[in-house]
Design a protein around this ligand. Sequence first.
Ligand code: SAH
Length: 219
Amino acid sequence: MSRHQGIGMTSQRTRDRLITRLEREGIKSIEVLDAMRAIPRHIFVDEALASRAYEDTALPIGFSQTISQPYVVAKMTEVLLLSGPLNKVLEIGTGSGYQAAILALLAKEVYSIERIEALLRQARARFQELKLRNIRLKFDDGTVGWPEYGPYDGIIATAAPLEVPMPLLEQLTLGGRLIIPIGKQGVQNLMLYTRTHEGVEEEFIEQVSFVPMLSGQKR
Ligand code: SAH
């Protein structure tokens, strides 16, 4: 049996239960729920944790990093999609690759930056296994964004800086959205920044807890 089909704790039934839970928690976008039903989250964690992959919790992925909680992935993706279909999306913090895989089903092109090389390598292998071909990866410090392919109509940061990095705002299209947790380790404010004719609009979404956004690269 392939790892995709799964048995018991990774079966389609277990996966559907997570979707029902996300709906109950307030996720309304059918596109987002469908994408989360389609991408097998257990592929993105260590085999020893596969049985917990469809619980609504963050899980360790090594190097002191975590795969985000499914509810938070769904919420951030839903907020990004509010302005309509996505053409180009940039993610800061590839991590396990799970968030990027969800985005790959909803956006034409996904760009994702990770500062830990080993994580990037694992994520790349998972995208190949799932035949996701519209994700381009970069080993770098993502606080400066990825200007070569910008501007983006959506940018999502899955690690928390203390302040919003200006290059990310600058790489948004007009009407483009940046969703990013801001604040100290422990609890942060999930913020939405929308680029408008007048400048940038700011909106608080909810409180979250992400790993910190760090500078530099790690081989
Ligand atoms: N989106 C990921 C979440 C991983 S946790 C997932 O779905 O699994 C956040 C990730 O951000 C970590 O892998 C961490 O190494 C990375 N990160 C932290 N600071 C970064 C930076 N400045 N540039 C790029 N990646 C960064």
